[in-house]
Design a protein around this ligand. Structure first.
Ligand SMILES: [Zn+2]
Length: 426
């Protein structure tokens, strides 16, 4: 039986970052017809009602029906240590992250956190994430098992590290390759799940391990590859000292076969001109993690410059370096960071980055991140009057963007009225 969801409908006919707000399509009384897990039609509510009299109707009133949010860079194992005080990147990893990640050797703990993580992301309207796991294969199994149980489209990989990390959190070039390959063969392409080749970052991988990861990726070019790039100045200097003969940070990936379409680089704040050009040339994805970049004190991503030059950019929470599970809060931080660089991002751009843009960075924008016929029916329904503060502001809005912006800036999980995954309400 088909479902017809009625409310305000927001979708995209193009990319507002490059085409302007006309690329966004808003209907004040629209409808989304869902059938067999996919979106069958999008249009005006009355037209769809007439054309599909048998459809089961869910009327969301004035709430906004959107594609579910896509979070392009997270660490689900850091769920329980989010909002840990007072450190910058390297100290933060050693003080908080690594001790927590060690616990994932225990499959029961990994399963408990994976379930808690998806409860939190779904309650925030996020229907797809791309996650790092830990070095333990058990952590990957726990993530995918839970994602599969909930019918989610999900991306993840085993984090590989063979130096500059505690003994209990290191693998080797050989075991990183073998374990990753086994997990890839087990999970990649199973239902809605995709494996991602995942070296944590150059400081924690030897050249031999980076080379092994490059070899694995070359054998499986239909997989994505994710890692971190140029997050903090100390880190960039450290990478230069670890790889003195290479041209720059990006070169530590490029030389080992870890640069290409389908590569996802988290942060990408302190880029040199060669790196910027090369990333554009190969059409790799840059993942902007604004709450993390302010929380850990990293810096201000150049959204204006990099989007103008045509880079493929996604948006992400970077849980738990990021300080929120919410893509609304993440959009707000992206707005603030861009303001500090002199470019106010329009609500249509922010919403696009959190849905279609993030999906595009994962090369999944033909399946998720938008409301269009044939797309998978992952949907978030957003209440634009979820708190008294938001309501009193949105009440005097003159158009959808003024009505939406208070929720972007001040909204949280209370604004998420309903979530549909694969054509079913959750
Ligand atoms: Zn990260």
């Amino acid at each position: 039986m088909a479902d017809l969801l009625i409310g305000q409908v927001l979708r995209f006919g193009g990319n507002p970052m490059t085409e302007g707000i006309e690329a966004a399509r808003h209907s004040a009384r629209g409808g989304v017809l869902v059938e067999s897990g996919r979106i069958a039609e999008v249009g005006e509510a009355d037209d769809l009602r007439r054309a599909h009299p048998d459809a089961r109707i869910t009327d969301y009133g004035d709430a906004l029906i959107s594609a579910g949010f896509v979070d392009a860079h997270v660490h689900y194992p850091q769920t329980a240590m989010i909002a840990s005080w007072g450190k910058r990147l390297i100290d933060w990893l050693n003080s908080y992250t690594f001790p927590e990640e060690m616990k994932f050797a225990d499959p029961a703990y990994a399963s408990e956190i994976a379930a808690r993580y998806f409860d939190l992301t779904l309650s925030n309207g996020t229907t797809t994430v791309c996650s790092y796991c830990t070095i333990h294969p058990e952590s990957v199994d726990a993530f995918f098992t839970e994602a599969e149980r909930r019918g989610l489209r999900a991306f993840a990989g085993k984090t590989c590290m063979d130096r500059n990390a505690p003994e209990a959190l290191t693998d080797t070039p050989r075991t990183a390759y073998d374990d990753s390959k086994r997990l890839l063969q087990k999970w990649h392409g199973r239902g809605r799940l995709s494996y991602v080749v995942t070296p944590r970052f150059s400081p924690t991988s030897t050249p031999e391990q980076l080379d092994a990861m490059g070899a694995l990726w070359k054998e499986h070019t239909d997989c994505l590859m994710q890692t971190h790039l140029s997050e903090q100045t100390d880190e960039v200097a450290w990478v230069k000292s670890l790889f003195p003969t290479l041209r720059d940070y990006l070169d530590t990936y490029e030389q080992f076969g870890l640069l290409g379409p389908g590569a996802l680089f988290g942060h990408a704040i302190y880029l040199e001109p060669r790196e910027i050009d090369r990333l554009r040339e190969v059409d790799a994805s840059l993942i902007h993690c604004p709450t993390s970049n302010t929380f850990i004190g990293s810096g201000l991503f150049d959204m204006d410059g990099l989007s103008r030059s045509g880079h493929r950019i996604g948006l992400a929470t970077d849980t738990g370096g990021g300080s929120s599970f919410s893509m609304l809060r993440t959009m707000a931080a992206a707005y603030e960071v861009a303001q500090l660089r002199g470019r106010p991002l329009h609500p249509s751009e922010l919403w696009w980055l959190a849905t279609q843009g993030a999906a595009r960075s994962l090369r999944a924008d033909d399946r998720i991140g938008n409301l269009a016929p044939g797309m998978e029916a992952d949907i978030a329904v957003i209440d634009l009057a979820s708190t008294p503060a938001i309501t009193q502001r949105s009440e005097r809005a003159k158009d959808i963007w003024e009505a939406l912006f208070p929720t972007i800036m001040m909204g949280d999980d209370r604004a998420v009225k309903a979530v549909w995954v694969g054509g079913r309400p959750v």
